[in-house]
Design a protein around this ligand. Structure first.
Ligand code: HEC
Length: 131
């Protein structure tokens, strides 16, 4: 019984930590990428994630975005593609790619940090570019 009582604060701490984790979604671009993008686009962005074969549209190689765009990384357009905003998204036609804007928009401390996450992801993809 004594053991159970001493262990209680530990369990309480672990429980609270897991609740906190469920409520906060990271803003870190690379962590978001691993959790939400790598399944299709692959860990390195080359389009070889485990889910890729199940898709009608092959996920594009995200390390060659600049190469496909005359050597320039179109940061704003890519952020729109990720968020699923308007024409930039529709230009991608099929939309086998999920829309992430609403998902990432979780209000924290009265502030919607969804656009911050999308921007961090776009910047992370910029780092992945090969010449
Ligand atoms: C369910 C599979 C899937 C997941 C998960 C996914 N994508 Fe995609 N993505 C696609 C497919 C398929 C395309 C290309 C066709 C389309 O747009 O529908 C695409 C296209 C893109 C493009 C456009 C590339 C270009 O050259 O214009 C970007 C950028 C992108 N994805 C980023 C991401 C990011 C960032 C995430 C994570 C937040 C993500 N994707 C998650 C399947 C996925």
């Amino acid at each position: 019984m004594k053991l159970a009582i001493t262990a209680l604060p530990l369990f309480a701490t672990l429980f609270l930590a897991s609740v906190a984790e469920a409520q906060t979604l990271t803003r870190d671009g690379s962590a978001l990428y691993v959790s939400y993008c790598a399944s299709c686009h692959g860990m390195t962005g080359k389009g070889d994630g485990p889910v890729a074969i199940a898709l009608k549209t092959t996920p594009p190689d995200l390390t060659r975005i600049s190469a496909r765009n005359n050597g320039k990384f179109p940061l704003e357009r890519i952020a729109k593609v990720i968020a699923g905003d308007g024409s930039a998204a529709r230009a991608h036609g099929t939309r086998d790619m999920p829309v992430w804007g609403p998902f990432f928009s979780r209000v924290e401390n009265d502030q919607d940090v969804g656009p911050v996450r999308v921007d961090n992801l776009a910047r992370y993809l910029r780092q992945l570019q090969t010449k």
